[in-house]
Ligand binder design. Structure first.
Ligand SMILES: [Fe+2]
Length: 156
């Protein structure tokens, strides 16, 4: 297992991780938003579910940011950078029905997971950094499980 990678490759790994971190941060904020603003018959279930999701994301954000440090770069830590780096969109002053919240969150989550999987494969195959790839595959496994739960919730 490779634990050290060449310096020129570290930059590419850090850049991939920064986009993932930004997506996680926007998702984290969206989970907070939905936790606060969800309404309707499934209020308690969804209020708690979004709390579980943002708690988990808070831990994951820390893992990814600290991995950026471990590969030798600085971790972005401002909201303006996260918004620039992220490919997850937000809508201001918009409070959709519960069903749309779950659907939107699921789509964003899938987009983030796909990005994580693409980066993990590249980091493993091209840059031979098994540690970063392992971290990303672990995140993808967890997010795929959450996506399955969110989709199951939409089918009831
Ligand atoms: Fe709360």
């Amino acid at each position: 297992m490779t634990t050290q990678v060449a310096n020129n490759v570290n930059v590419e790994i850090a850049e991939a991780l920064k986009t993932i971190l930004a997506n996680q941060f926007v998702l984290y904020t969206k989970a907070r938003n939905y936790h606060w603003n969800v309404t309707g018959g499934h209020f308690f279930r969804l209020h708690e579910l979004f709390e579980k999701l943002y708690d988990e994301l808070a831990d994951d954000i820390d893992e990814v940011a600290e991995r950026i440090r471990a590969v030798g770069d600085y971790a972005p830590g401002t909201l303006s950078e996260f918004l620039k780096l992220s490919n997850i969109s937000e809508k201001e002053n918009y409070y959709p029905e519960a069903e749309e919240m779950v659907r939107t969150f699921t789509n964003d989550y899938e987009q983030t997971t796909n990005r994580i999987l693409e980066s993990a494969a590249k980091i493993q195959n091209e840059y031979k950094d098994e540690v970063t790839a392992g971290l990303l595959y672990g995140l993808a496994q967890k997010y795929q499980k959450n996506i399955w739960m969110l989709k199951s919730l939409m089918n009831n």
